[in-house]
Design a protein. Structure first.
Length: 381
């Protein structure tokens, strides 16, 4: 482009942006200045300490991305109605969280390159700080829907909110972020609302015959499940060599049948009819993936289980890394260390109903045919 011989461009009026460099866009210089630890100078630190700091900063960056995806998922499922045409995007978001947790778990071998002695050389600097004080990890748990009553306190009695206070007991920025997160609905609550509104056999909760349709589905499915259990029981009993073995098998399979009855008929304390409908809807979706409008909902439910599984694997992998590096000594924050981490990996479950459904599914040939299957077909305009 040629410039005019008679007019000069005025710099003051130019709106052209300065072309960015990679290091400006990524903020590389600022990022690389953050590994100095308490001294603020990484030149005073060992390679192991810089590795430790860097690895945990990377964890926090991954947690930031996980939080963004979980909040988006929560907000999406909190809509009424949830737009079916966008469920594929929700599944993509769930898969991203799964991949992020896999990357987090894949970082632990880097920390395991430290020997016990090299870690102990700087470990005292951490005390009484602890990974228990990761506010973003607590925020992730809150957004997912982990209830406070399910949380495991430290052996000192300190709970997760106490741990986020400053040493003088005042409210820290980390605590304020977590308290703010607690004000909203959780992903579990939003998904439960979505499942509650899901039509079962073509009948939604607002229809006059909703209660009858739900009862009919539960009765039919319970009978189909009982038939499956009896078939498997008889196959197992054919190998029994003593009457006592046969009797024990019958008792065991009878208990499994009863577990489904209890699952689909929850007590008022568990949520009563509302919880029954949520569980039945999830089961209906899982058992009828061939119906076009249930294909993506099924991927959502499968994805949520995979998401929670990836988080559990991350917790378990964390515990094994800690055990490998420092054994079973007391944690820097005063916890029981590995024992505490193992307990959280076992106890912290959010989507318990979606896990339980695996126990109660039946093979396709035994599944009761869906009523009004045309309700779940694709519509052209």
């Amino acid at each position: 482009m040629t410039r005019s011989n008679h007019r000069k461009a005025s710099p003051a009026k130019s709106t052209a942006a300065v072309p960015p460099n990679y290091w400006d866009y990524i903020r590389v210089d600022a990022l690389l200045a953050l590994q100095g630890g308490l001294e603020g100078d990484e030149g005073q630190l060992s390679n192991d300490e810089v590795l430790f700091i860097t690895a945990h900063q990377v964890f926090e960056l991954w947690f930031k991305l996980i939080l963004r995806e979980l909040r988006s998922l929560r907000d999406f499922f909190h809509r009424d109605p949830v737009e079916d045409q966008h469920l594929a995007r929700a599944v993509e978001s769930i898969r991203r969280v799964v991949t992020l947790y896999q990357r987090c778990a894949a970082h632990f071998p880097v920390l395991e390159t430290m020997s016990t002695r090299s870690y102990l050389a700087f470990r005292d600097k951490l005390s009484p700080a602890s990974g228990f004080q990761s506010a973003q990890m607590r925020q992730i748990e809150i957004v997912l829907g982990l209830p406070d009553e399910q949380r495991i306190a430290l052996e000192s009695g300190e709970n997760y909110l106490d741990a986020l206070r400053s040493h003088d007991g005042t409210e820290s920025p980390a605590l304020r972020r977590v308290l703010e997160e607690k004000k909203g609905v959780s992903l579990k609550q939003a998904v439960d609302e979505w499942l509650f509104r899901t039509p079962i056999d073509g009948v939604g909760p607002g229809r006059k015959n909703a209660a009858d349709a739900l009862a009919r589905f539960i009765t039919g499915y319970t009978a189909a499940h009982a038939g499956e259990i009896e078939r498997i029981r008889d196959l197992a009993a054919s190998r029994a060599r003593r009457p006592s073995e046969t009797a024990a098998l019958h008792e065991r399979f009878a208990k499994e049948q009863q577990r489904l009855v209890d699952f689909l008929n929850p007590s008022e304390a568990e949520g009563g009819v509302r919880r029954a409908r949520i569980r039945a809807a999830a089961l209906f979706i899982h058992q009828n993936p061939e119906l076009p409008l249930l294909a993506w909902p099924r991927e959502v439910l499968r994805g949520l289980v995979e998401l929670e599984q990836s988080m559990l694997i991350f917790r378990q992998r964390h515990a094994r890394m800690v055990e490998r590096v420092i054994g079973r000594r007391i944690g820097t924050g005063g916890s029981s260390g590995v024992d505490y981490l193992d307990r959280t990996a076992l106890a912290y479950r959010v989507f318990e109903d979606l896990w339980a459904i695996r126990t109660f599914q039946v093979q396709a040939a035994a599944n009761p045919p869906a009523r009004e299957p045309e309700f779940y077909g694709f519509r052209n305009g």
